[in-house]
Design a protein around this ligand. Structure first.
Ligand code: SF4
Ligand code: MG
Length: 295
């Protein structure tokens, strides 16, 4: 398997060098501040060149994260970060691409795209900030909200069961699946770093509290339920990863750490192989193909 190509542009920078001049405008105490610090640390540890970094988001409080990171960024449509990032990956497979967004954006509006990211295996790193609520629109239940949760549009309690993003991604075959807690910046940074080093689709769910609209799943609660994945866990064993999540849930716990990692061909590698198979050249230029369609 090839080494990540973006390491060709390795630079030596400090975490502060990745900060954009726009100061984060999230609420005080929002977990996303911790995730952003983790992103900065991962980028500095990897030596990612900001002039090659792509940061793509959908819509939501957490989808504002690219504003705060020196990068080429796209704040796209609600739920559509995945397809846009897939296009960027196919056009420029050598670039490091980071998707950052929330639980509502990913699994409600963008829910139709998540299984396809997992199965297609584009070389992307998806950092989901999971606060179990829609924050930007001021507090509605999301696909990860706990059962019967009372919120702005569910004053008598929600009527749906939550989905588990980790079990979901394991089921659909994502090649790298991990979970962290926003207050654990060290672990979050380490998992983002490992996810970006991984060639393939890396999904990292970060429990990130919303003190403004979810005072049930607060920072104290998330910290109390997190338990680290056992050191002896074989990360290539998908059944074992699922078992860890299910076993923890029986005790009201949430596993954090690397749960699954496997290497398999990425989307761009399969496309290049296909182009080669039908007689094309692996360095085909998409712009030339588009030009052919111009009047
Ligand atoms: Fe963070 Fe919630 Fe404020 Fe949005 S509303 S910035 S998620 S605390
Ligand atoms: Mg949310």
């Amino acid at each position: 398997m090839n080494a990540p190509l973006h390491h060709l542009h390795k630079v030596e920078l400090q975490t502060r060098d990745y900060k954009d001049e726009i100061t984060p405008f999230w609420c005080p105490g929002c977990g996303h501040h911790g995730v952003l610090t983790g992103v900065f640390k991962a980028l500095a540890d990897l030596g990612v060149d900001p002039t090659y970094l792509v940061n793509i988001s959908g819509i939501g409080c957490s989808s504002r994260l690219p504003y705060f990171v020196r990068s080429y960024r796209m704040h796209t449509l609600h739920g559509r970060a995945g397809p846009v990032a897939t296009g960027a990956h196919l056009a420029r497979p050598e670039l490091p691409i980071l998707i950052t967004g929330g639980d509502g954006d990913a699994f409600s509006i963008g829910g139709g795209h998540m299984p396809h990211l997992a199965r297609k295996n584009p070389n992307l790193t998806y950092v989901m900030m999971d606060n179990h609520i829609f924050g930007l629109t001021k507090g509605q239940v999301s696909p990860t909200s706990r059962s019967k949760m009372k919120a702005y549009t569910t004053p008598y309690g929600g009527t749906e069961e939550p989905l588990d993003p980790i079990l979901y991604m394991l089921s659909y075959g994502a090649s790298f699946v991990a979970q962290s807690n926003a207050t654990n910046v060290k672990m979050t940074a380490s998992l983002i770093k490992q996810g970006m080093e991984h060639r393939g689709f890396a999904f990292i769910n970060v429990l990130s509290n919303c003190p403004s609209f979810n005072d049930i799943d607060d920072a104290k609660y998330f910290k109390s339920v997190c338990e680290e994945v056992p050191a002896e866990h074989d990360v290539s064993d998908r059944d074992a990863a699922m078992h860890i999540v299910n076993r923890a849930a029986q005790d009201g716990k949430i596993p954090v750490g690397l749960l699954y990692k496997v290497e398999r061909p990425t989307l761009d590698e399969r496309m290049a192989a296909l182009v080669s198979h039908v007689g094309g050249h692996k360095n085909y230029d998409l712009r030339k193909i588009i030009d052919l369609a111009r009047p």
